[in-house]
Every structure is written in C-alpha cells, then in structure tokens.
Design a protein around this ligand. Structure first.
Ligand SMILES: C[S@@+](CC[C@H](N)C(=O)[O-])C[C@H]1O[C@@H](n2cnc3c(N)ncnc32)[C@H](O)[C@@H]1O
Length: 234
C-alpha cells in the first residue's frame, strides 16, 4: 500500500471510530428531538431562564426533563440540590443520569423523578421556577390539568412557571391530536384552554413571545409560544 493508500486507510479507521463514539450521544439526543438542534436547545434553556431572573440560589423544577439536554447547564448553574426533574420514561431518565455523570455533576445532587402522573408526585420543596420545555403539547388535556394543579401547589410566592406551547385558534373539532411523537401526542390548543385550565388553580397566564423571537432557531420556533404562569393576585 502506498503513502496515499495508507493515509486513506487511517482516515477511514478514524472516521469509523468517531462514528462509534458519536452514536451513543446521537441516540441520547434523539430521545428528545433532532440531534442537530441539541446544542442550540441546551443553550436556549439556560439563556432564557437566566434572562428571566433565574439565579443560583433559586430552586427549579424541570417537568419532562428528558435526558437533561436543558438540565445539565441548569444543574451546573444552580446551587447543589436546587434542581429537580420529572421524566415519564424510565430509560430516558437513565440516559439523563449518564449525561449527568458525563458532565461530572453528580455532586450537585439533582432530584430526578421517574413519574408521569402528577397525582402520584410528591415534591419535597417549593420552587421559584418551574420549566416545561417542549413538554405540555406532548400531554393529553387531563395530564396538563394535573400538572397545573401540582405546579400551582409547589410554586413559591412570586414564583414563575414557563412553558412553550403550540397555539391554535380553536381546539380540533374531533378532539384528536394531529400527530404523534415517540408515542406521545402532539397537541395544539387554544390560548383559552390554557387560561381556563390555569385559572382553575389560581394561576394567571401571559404570552412571553414566540420561541423564534426569544432566540430559539428551531424550524417550528415561529409557531410556538412561550407562556408564563404566575399565581393570580387574590
Ligand atoms: C420533547 S422532550 C423535551 C425534553 C426536555 N424538556 C428538553 O427540552 O430537552 C419531551 C419530554 O417530556 C416527557 N414527558 C411526556 N409526558 C410526560 C409526563 N406526563 N410527565 C413527565 N414527563 C413527560 C417525554 O418523555 C420527553 O422526554
């Protein structure tokens, strides 16, 4: 084999090795969305929350935390024990634990709960911030309702809950989701749905802006609204 042949051979072996090592992280990324937007989505979450006043001493609950795509920078930023995540799929949370170990952040002692039914969840703390990134539209109405009840009960005074949602002018007449994603529905809802559901638990809702206007560069960012839920003044 000549020098060029040897170089090509070495390049091929190196590329294969790279693919083998990259694959587990690509597989992990795919559990929460397209791998090509992983880094942007990771950055967006901490940038958004800190721009809305999140400080290291605050406590944050991350509903539908997935594999800690957004969780890792938040865990790093917050004081030890101030991050709690809830994730419905056990194998996804397991990947989140691996991501935590890979980041060398186990010493920050996040609380990671595998749960999907808000009625079964008991939280040890109150939270200054609750975050549900790309999660509410993967839940059926009754689960959204249950989480709003849970969140209303665990938000500290002055606490804030942020969630991006897919808005549509009115509910679909057949009440069925148009799509599904990894076994979850993809549900667009009217603003009135969220206002009504939130009001039932004493929460007020306002629009913060589309994801696109907030710096999220994903394809559907112009169509998703970030909403802010706070305890309504009595
Ligand atoms: C699109 S992923 C977003 C994950 C994470 N928030 C992020 O941005 O990286 C939605 C996540 O919500 C989780 N999820 C769906 N329904 C849930 C439920 N009822 N309780 C907790 N997590 C849920 C899914 O398993 C999935 O990991």
């Amino acid at each position: 084999m000549g020098a060029v042949g040897k170089a090509r051979y070495r390049a091929r072996i190196a590329a294969r090795k790279l693919m083998r090592t990259a694959r587990p992280s690509i597989r992990r990324a795919e559990l929460v969305g397209p791998p090509e937007i992983w880094a942007m989505k990771r950055r967006f979450q901490i940038d958004f929350l800190t721009s809305r006043g999140l400080r290291p001493e605050h406590r944050l609950l991350d509903v539908g935390c997935g594999v800690l795509r957004g969780g890792i920078p938040l865990i790093e930023y917050l004081q030890s024990g101030h991050y709690a995540g809830i994730e419905a799929r056990a194998h996804v949370l397991e990947e989140g634990r691996k991501e935590l170990a890979k980041a060398g952040l186990e010493h920050k002692r996040p609380l990671l709960l595998n749960a999907s039914d808000p009625a079964q969840i008991e939280l040890p703390d109150r939270f200054d911030y609750v975050w549900a990134h790309s999660v509410l539209y993967h839940m059926p109405d009754e689960v959204v309702d249950g989480y709003l009840g849970l969140i209303a009960g665990c938000l500290s005074d002055g606490g804030q809950f942020y969630a991006n949602v897919k808005l549509r002018a009115r509910e679909r007449p057949d009440g069925q989701p148009a799509h599904s994603w990894q076994g979850f529905p993809v549900v667009g809802r009217s603003r009135e749905f969220y206002e009504r559901a939130a009001a039932a638990y004493g929460l007020a809702v306002e629009d913060v802006g589309t994801l696109e206007s907030l710096g999220d560069q994903s394809k559907g960012g112009a169509k998703e609204m970030m909403m802010r839920f706070t305890k309504a003044p009595r």
